[in-house]
Design a protein around this ligand. Structure first.
Ligand code: SAM
Ligand code: SF4
Length: 299
């Protein structure tokens, strides 16, 4: 199972095999994930990423978990796109704090075509790369031209999360489809930009949904360069505000299963990490996580 090639078409046996993997006795699963990790990843290396919201709030999408959606009253103040110089000074701060990757997130459905704002983001990408940092962006859905402009600006990676399974997606987001998401991921990969795609657990999904999402991710060609594993941060005012906190051992299982199914990806312990104990975080690293966000904001 460890060396299984998942990059073929998704078929039901994938789901059965992935579910059997996910459900292994936890110590076996972590052991097997650690074996894969040691065979494919540099030992004891954890990538430090810093995430900056360059344009906050007032998003037209209705992602049920997101405090930045304009559909929900979460108290998040809408802020316009930051100035390039302000973003680059944050990037320098992140770099001196040890970040090797600087991630810029904008609360957009998609960047506006031909807009001054998008040109401003391209300037940010160029500036971050000139600092010697990897540049990642998460701006919503892209078209071919925008993707190529980001590539030409030197973008290292594009974050576009699948969130959950295709079956459950409509329960979480109704303003776009799973296919929309997969199309942007395919566009980004085709342009030669690394794909950062993962998901969230704790949104009321089933274990089968979690496993189906991992199978979809593992069957992307190429597989994602990095896979963020988020635990839902239940934000008041959003439809998911009353969700029970994620059991940290379920997060360990997701990290381990992602590691085995995507041996060459970075598995990123993302949203929700701040509420994990040191011991739970260590277990996630044993299970194959090797990248984190750090800084004052982890979403
Ligand atoms: N607007 C961009 C988009 O939707 O692609 C990115 C927004 S956010 C910076 C990046 C990711 O953080 C989201 O795609 C989601 O997976 C995760 N995230 C956002 N809010 C979250 C929450 N309350 N709990 C857990 N993960 C969250
Ligand atoms: Fe939040 Fe991004 Fe969804 Fe907008 S598209 S609501 S910013 S997660």
């Amino acid at each position: 199972m460890c060396g299984r090639d998942w990059s073929s078409d998704v078929c039901s046996s994938d789901l059965e095999e992935a579910r059997a993997l996910h459900d292994l006795p936890l110590t076996d699963l972590v052991f097997r994930a650690q074996e894969v990790h040691r065979a494919t990843q540099p030992r004891d290396a954890v990538q430090l990423c810093s995430l900056l919201s360059i344009k906050t709030g007032a998003c037209h999408e209705d992602c049920s978990y997101c405090p930045q959606s304009s559909k929900y009253d979460t108290g998040v103040e809408a802020e316009r796109l930051m100035d390039v110089d302000d973003v680059l000074s944050k990037a320098r701060e992140a770099q001196s704090a040890g970040a090797s990757r600087f991630c810029m997130g904008a609360a957009w459905r998609s960047p506006k075509k031909g807009s001054r704002q998008f040109q401003q983001v391209l300037e940010m990408v160029r500036g971050v790369r000139e600092l010697g940092l990897e540049a990642c962006a998460t701006l919503g859905m892209l078209d071919d031209e925008q993707t190529q402009e980001l590539k030409d600006a030197g973008l290292t990676a594009y974050n576009h999360i699948l969130d959950t399974s295709e079956e459950y997606y409509g329960e979480i987001i109704t303003t776009r489809t799973y296919q929309d998401r997969l199309e942007t991921i395919a566009r980004v990969a085709k342009a030669g930009i690394s794909v950062c795609a993962g998901g969230i657990i704790g949104m009321g999904e089933t274990i089968d949904d979690r496993v189906a999402m991992l199978v979809t991710l593992a069957n992307l060609t190429p597989q994602p360069e990095s896979v963020p594993v988020n635990a839902l941060v239940a934000v008041s005012g959003t439809p998911l505000s009353e969700q029970a906190p994620v059991d940290s051992l379920e997060l360990v299982r997701m990290c381990a299963t992602a590691r085995i199914m995507m041996p060459n990806a970075r598995v990123r312990l993302s949203a929700g990490r701040a509420s994990l104990s040191r011991e739970s975080q260590l277990l996630c690293f044993m299970a194959g996580a090797n990248s984190i966000f750090f800084g004052d904001k982890l979403l």
